[in-house]
Design a protein around this ligand. Structure first.
Ligand code: CO8
Length: 273
């Protein structure tokens, strides 16, 4: 599939999806979400991939023109939403369900997904970052769920994932007011893992990806499964899930190699088996 709204690249064991509508601050319309779904399905099927990075494209204006503000994703496409009459129940449902599917597919990918957020991550942009495992951001990143200012509510998972990540009442404050927060505040409330100058963001995201890739592939996948499947469960059930995932990793050749390499004081050579 040829993409018009995203860039999709594989760099060795790392895949990168870049939302690429910088003239609309990378806003998510139906075509963009469909292309993202398609690319995520490719990542799901490609067992050689170890990490997925999700980011937003920078505007490259014609000479003499001012670039658009830097954005990860400035939300769902408001221009498109403004054309949907209140009586139309089908278009917004298709739109919101597609967005939900994209977020869920990202979250459920077996491999880790890193959001690299430079600039505005608003509405669907914060929600896209929330569906990723880890959020690295630039010092000019801004987050928020401004939907109530438009007469709607978050629809790509914000009312569900934001309270789970930052706590119910902080999420309520952000969602009821539509306040936009800077990256320091986002870091303070646990929304962002780490902050870098814009020019150092991708290098640090790649460094994180490489640190993950240096570990045993199946152990990373089992860790993600244990955390995601156990997160919303009672501790007893979560602990049972952890035992299952632990057993999965413990019975791999990589576990034998990893523990032996430690004893033999050498670097392990993992094969993903
Ligand atoms: N959708 C479409 N176009 C957008 C969006 C957007 N979300 N955000 C910005 N743009 C466009 C602008 O229309 C403008 O285009 P043009 O140059 O053609 O007029 C261009 O990007 C630049 O934007 P601004 O001129 O506004 O730039 P500023 O620097 O003045 O402001 C902001 C930057 C603060 C980011 C501002 O653009 C803004 O507030 N954007 C909207 C942010 C927002 O409210 N996002 C939430 C959207 S709702 C949502 O995400 C709900 C998810 C669930 C949807 C369910 C679907 C049914």
């Amino acid at each position: 599939m040829a993409y018009e709204n995203i860039l999709f690249e594989k760099k060795g064991e790392i895949a990168v999806i870049t939302v690429n509508r910088p003239k609309a601050l990378n806003a998510l319309n139906l075509a963009t979400l469909s292309e993202m779904r398609d690319a995520i399905k490719i990542v799901e099927a490609d067992k050689a991939l170890r990490v997925l990075i999700v980011t937003g494209a920078e505007d490259k204006p014609a000479e003499g023109k001012k670039p658009m503000p830097r954005a990860f994703v400035a939300g769902a496409d408001i221009v498109l939403m403004s054309t949907i009459p209140a009586a139309d129940k089908k278009t917004p449902r298709d739109f919101v369900e597609l967005g939900q599917e994209v977020m869920r597919r990202l979250e459920k990918l077996p491999i880790p997904v890193i959001a690299a957020v430079d600039g505005f991550a608003l509405g669907g942009g914060t929600e896209l970052a929330l569906a990723c495992d880890i959020i690295y951001a630039s010092d000019r990143a801004k987050f928020g769920q401004p939907e109530v200012k438009l007469g709607l509510i978050p629809g790509f998972g914000g009312t569900q994932r934001l309270p789970r990540l930052v706590g119910r009442n902080l999420a309520k404050e952000l969602i009821y007011t539509g306040d936009i927060i800077d990256v320091q505040r986002a870091r303070e409330i646990g929304l962002v893992n780490a902050v870098f100058p814009p020019e150092a963001l991708m290098e640090n995201v790649m460094g994180l990806a490489q640190r993950i890739i240096a570990c045993a592939p199946l152990a990373v996948v089992d860790s993600k499964r244990a955390i995601n499947e156990g997160y919303h469960k009672e501790l007893d059930e979560g602990s049972r899930i952890e035992v299952d995932c632990f057993m999965n990793s413990f019975t791999t050749e990589d576990r034998v190699e990893g523990t032996k390499a430690f004893v033999e004081k050498r670097k392990p050579s993992f094969r993903g088996k």
